[in-house]
Design a protein around this ligand. Sequence first.
Ligand code: NAD
Length: 500
Amino acid sequence: MTTIGHFLSNKPWSGSSDRNGDIFNPATGGISGRVLLASKQDVDAVIELAAAALPCWAATPAAKRATVMFEFRDLLKSNIDELAELLSAEHGKTIPDAKGEIARGIEVVEFACGIPHLLKGEYSESVAINVDSYTVRQPVGVVAGITPFNFPAMVPLWMYPVAIACGNTFVLKPSEKNPTVVLRIAELLAEAGLPGGVFNVVNGDKEAVDALLDNPKIEAVSFVGSTPIGHYIYSRGTANGKRVQALCGAKNHLVVMPDADMDQVTDALIGSAFGSAGERCMAISVAVPVGEGTADRLVEALEPRVRALKVAPYTDPTSELGPVISKQSYDKIRNLIDQGLEQGAKLVVDGREISLQGYEDGYFIGGCLFDNVTTDMSIYKEEIFGPVLAVVRAGGYEEAVHMINNHEYGNGTAIFTRDGDAARDFWARVRIGMVGVNVPIPVPVAYHSFGGWKRSLFGDHHIHGMEGVRFYTRLKTMTSRWPSGIRTGAEFNFTGGKDA
Ligand code: NAD
């Protein structure tokens, strides 16, 4: 059985901890490997090496750092088949879905290739006689990334290409549920020419995370995962004086206006609610048809499509969605479905009893469609993170907007309409970080920034794009006087030699 360890100074590393965890194949429920769980001492040792690599890397010209990113991008592209296979085997998502997430990650690497341009500062000539002012962005230092299971390749790639290109060194703590693809990508980054110690991976659980949060040499932490853990990481990290961005859980609504094209809406909902078995932070989990007539037409159109979803392991090329990640997730999703029924929602399509020959112990749940969901039900309030779509009928447009603005999460939302007035009013007024108009999953491209509002994000910065560059750098502003020999006399009035 394979044991997945850590990656330090461009080489595999086992550390000293004797703790390890099981990696499961979600399609069979069997154990497919083991992952080493780093101790505090292991994490501290990795941080020491990352700190030692920092001065040289930070002083490397940005254009030279970019050449590593160019090479890395080519290696990711040429190895995408192997990476997708590793990813799907541990995550369970289909191969096209795995390739899709790697492709979105590559876009961030492409963004990081432009780092010399992105780090250009500002210059003001003659802010006073012979005095000039200019700003530069410098790396923050050693930074850490803590990432979730659901995008094991893409979410880490949201972070470290930008951080490294900015001149930082990086310690990544990926999800212990599917760590293999991360390590293979780390090898590719080493092959691309990255000096040892600049990018390191430690596998582990809470002990490793706490060691990262408490070590004074870590200057900044990027986290992506669930809201309770994100809140904990933000609180502990900031209490220790670190810069923290924590991107968290979600409950994304899609509003269907009466004038929307119902075929387009149905396609959009099927892909965005059930793709990747609903395990996406930008999945649509709530459909909000406006008006009873719209709701009836929507449920009628969705029902046969949800019933027909092809649930199968990733090895079946006709699969549309695979298993969920773990027995724990499987039980949680089923439990929430039970609560939906107890609380009075109507389960129009019940995917619970799906059984696949040869995969009876896998964590498969078929597509589920609930109608008549109300905002006081747990299936509305909680993030289910499974293939479950809830239809909440809204009497009017204002009720839909009010509902979205009152939800504790604020990651993504969308409206489907042909009415420009409604669309504009919607994106202007919703208290949500990413908004789609006739686009169900409005994930920003790499040169824009990704992030939610409310309890979907703790911290001030969204991720990748210019927000990523700002997060991973500190601004420095210089004021200089040349020629230096000119005497202005002592100044007591803070006016830089001008009259007050
Ligand atoms: P999770 O919060 O369980 O785990 C995320 C990371 O935190 C992992 O590396 C894990 O090892 C670590 N962790 C878990 N428990 C911990 C603890 N008690 N103390 C310290 N560290 C701990 O999340 P997950 O189940 O892997 O991922 C799913 C969640 O991630 C969903 O809520 C989803 O919405 C969210 N997510 C959000 C975004 C976003 O951009 N907003 C993107 C992807 C996923």
